[in-house]
Design a protein around this ligand. Structure first.
Ligand code: LLP
Length: 432
């Protein structure tokens, strides 16, 4: 459950009215609930208590330093995909020894940095990568802990841009080739074969695909464990969340909990997976991002203009696809609510940003409450893959971020000054 709720007509994050934040800090503005982040982390951590495990939060979903710090304090490890993310984790007080370094294209410099910092594992995605890690480890006189990412060739039933576990995409090593690869890797003297990893995709709302993948891979993991003395099995991330509707509204019937709708919950996930994982006797790693951060954040925006054309009502807001690209990129649904709830008829509206692209919309023809110019809206479930995918397109600043904890509020990222956007650009000498 998340901590965004109406008190009377006003939408709150924990104990803080969101409109107060919008007025104080300006919009567009990301707001995160610490209680929600922590609640989701604990829920998964508790559900998996039946096996020795480590939850490694996927930093790519939300990499704000305060978010990372809050999770590090709860004992979280981190799934990282770049040297930059490792630097962030360290800056936030996270432990490199609880970091799993993933990604298909790790550079020499990134590998060296991560080795020096002592990450828990490099999740390698190809044979050339294993050779590269081995070479660098030899130069540094170290043994690099590695796992190979197995591609189980399982359909995750999710959006094609976020499916990763089939042979159609660039991730991992084909299931049938993994054993021979471990045998060859075992001869590389500067590698320590520590585990096996897999990840089948993101926003998976049923347990079935996870179970199918674990069932398929577990016997292979057992053989590799016996042969190479492995220590862990990472089952990846991908637990889906409720986007639609994300908020309990006036009538209770309108909103049903994930469990009531048959959507994945940590309890269901654990109930089906723990019995398959327990017999392996290995440490289980998980790499959830969205499940922890998704419903812990909203993006606040102000209605600048209402434009009525013959056919449409456009609510032109001050947030845009550079702040939250998911609707434009994946046709993703984000629920849009007013910070001041009111009854009355709904009007079919398109909520659009100021960017010069017709793809710059947050919804189309969606029945929304009637609003006035100057009012604020919240785009819900924006805590994962929101701010982190932000860009400076149209020379727009990256939006600020605020963290709420009970009644307390902290600005955890300031609004980027416009001059900072082009601070590293130069006029060529011959144009001076
Ligand atoms: N582990 C690996 C190896 C991954 O590639 C990912 C996500 C995760 C864990 C975390 O997945 P999660 O638990 O958050 O589903 N930008 C897209 C999602 C891309 C996911 C990429 N990989 C979106 O906005 O939906």
């Amino acid at each position: 459950m998340h901590q965004f709720h109406y008190v009377g007509p006003r939408l709150f994050c924990e104990q803080v009215p969101l409109e107060w934040l919008a007025r104080k800090y300006g919009t567009p503005l990301y707001v995160y609930s610490q209680a929600t982040l922590a609640g989701h982390f604990r829920k998964l951590d508790t559900a998996m208590a039946g096996v020795d495990h480590l939850v490694c939060f996927a930093v790519k979903s939300n990499s704000n330093l305060s978010v990372l710090r809050a999770l590090a304090r709860l004992g979280s490890g981190f799934d990282i995909v770049s040297g930059g993310e490792l630097e962030r984790v360290i800056a936030a007080g996270g432990d490199p020894a609880k970091c799993a370094f993933a990604g298909v294209g790790k550079s020499e410099a990134e590998i060296e940095f991560a080795l020096r910092q002592g990450v828990y594992t490099f999740n390698a995605e190809s044979e050339p990568e294993l050779h590269r890690i081995n070479r660098i480890a030899a130069r540094l006189k170290k043994r690099a802990p590695v796992a190979v990412r197995v591609n189980p060739d399982v359909e995750a039933g999710t959006h094609k841009k976020i499916t990763t576990g089939t042979y159609e995409n660039k991730f991992g090593v084909a299931f049938e080739r993994v054993e021979a690869l471990y045998a060859r890797a075992a001869r590389l003297k500067n590698l320590h074969l520590r585990g096996v990893q897999m990840h089948i995709g993101s926003q998976i709302t049923e347990v079935g695909p996870f179970e199918q993948a674990v069932r398929k891979v577990a016997p292979l993991v057992a053989r590799l464990r016996d042969r190479h003395g492995l220590e862990f099995f990472s089952i990846g991330g991908g637990l889906g969340i409720v986007y639609q509707p994300a908020l309990a509204s006036g009538s209770p019937a309108w909103w049903r909990s994930p469990a009531a709708r048959g959507i994945i919950t940590p309890e269901k996930y654990a109930a089906r997976l723990v019995p398959l994982l327990q017999p392996l006797g290995l440490r289980v790693l998980m790499e959830p991002g969205r499940f922890i951060s998704g419903n812990a954040g909203v993006l606040l925006t102000r209605v600048e203009y209402i434009k009525r054309t013959g056919r449409k009502t456009f609510l032109i807001v001050d947030a845009a696809m550079n702040d939250l690209i998911r609707p434009a990129f994946y046709d993703a649904y984000h629920e849009i609510v007013s910070l001041n709830r009111r009854g009355g008829a709904r009007v079919k509206s398109d909520v659009v940003g100021p960017i010069c692209e017709s793809g710059d919309y947050f919804c189309q023809d969606r029945p929304l409450p009637r609003v006035r110019e100057g009012e604020y809206l919240a785009l819900l479930s924006a805590g994962a893959y929101g701010s982190v995918m932000g860009s400076n397109y149209n020379t727009r600043s990256l939006a600020p971020e605020v963290l709420v904890n009970g009644r307390r509020v902290a600005v955890v990222r300031e609004r980027q000054p416009i001059k900072a956007i082009f601070a590293h650009e130069k006029i060529a000498d011959w144009l001076r």
